[in-house]
Write a protein that binds this ligand. Sequence first.
Ligand code: ZN
Length: 397
Amino acid sequence: MKKINIDRLKSSLMELAQIGKDPRGGITRLAYSDEYYRGAQLVKDLMEDAGLKVEVDAVGNVLGRKDGCTDRIILVGSHTDTVENGGPFDGSLGVMGAIEAMKTLDEEGISLNHTVIVANWAEEEGNVIKGLIGSGSFVGEIDKDIPAIEEKLRSHGITPEDIKKARCDELENINCYLELHIEQGGVLDNTGTDIGVVSSIVGEDRYLVTIYGKENHAGTTPMVYRDDALIKAARLMLNLNSQCRKIDDTMVCTVGWIKAFPGEQNIIPGKVQMTVEMRSVNEESIKALADYMKAWCSGEFSEIQLTLSQNPVKMSSKCMNAVSEAADELGLSRKVMQSGAGHDAMMIANVIENTGMIFAPSVGGVSHCPEEWTEWKDIENSVNVLLNTILKLDKQL
Ligand SMILES: [Zn+2]
């Protein structure tokens, strides 16, 4: 089994973590900011050092290419943009890990049948324009969204033409896509497992729900005469919570934001707005909970607006098997699991059938915060799995 150089990887990850250091303790490297481009420059330099030919496309993806004996392609990638005050490994592990894997192959003089493209996808997080812009443009899946985001795109110097230009012109040659990522949840850490073999990425529906009642004086209106919108919203929240548990034990439902109007302590709320987010690997489960909510809200006292809908995606069995074999041969424990977070792989799987993901454990299951951490031993193990999975797929596909 081939092994990467953890000291070299550690120094590249730590060098990247210095870019966008936030006084609050984390890292802020929002897509298309100065910090993002400084990070992208480091990625570019490290790719060149690993023997890759580098190109930055029209939407800011950094693509490093190593030609193989054939024009069939293995695509490997993740992202280096962060959320506000995020952690050091979300996305970065997948990009720096892929570069380290290529550097190891270069050093050992190993050539592959497949051409490998390492991708640093732009704007994965979606806090600047919209999530998955870089990977989505590469596979030609963003065009339909352009009207809604054109203004934001232009404010960052990107035109609708650029989105079209970024579509890869050799998509049909791509045999598979692999993404290594931190788990961002506590399953691996809690069970003491080394590697997550991702089987699917959950789908997600997001709603903005408005519930109406009747605004009135909080002192002179007896309880029996009230029509309190916030009490109705509370009932809906409790019902959604218990219904979600009944439908599907992989399913989650969250009300993450709520606002009462007019929002005064001596006025009975006449209107409440809240977000309802539902995620599951089963599309039918999401539909069942959405139908339950619509039935509960039917009548004059509410409005429901769908703000985002993303189908669940399955990872390919070929990729899952290769990841599992690599982990076994490296003597690592592994667990087949779903991803509760969205990733570039979710977008790419719409077009590239053979898509797979590898998870590394997150200490305490925390991410998108300064406390985000993965032990160096786990970083080393996960990148060794990535490297050996590439070698296996190069022979198998
Ligand atoms: Zn990420």
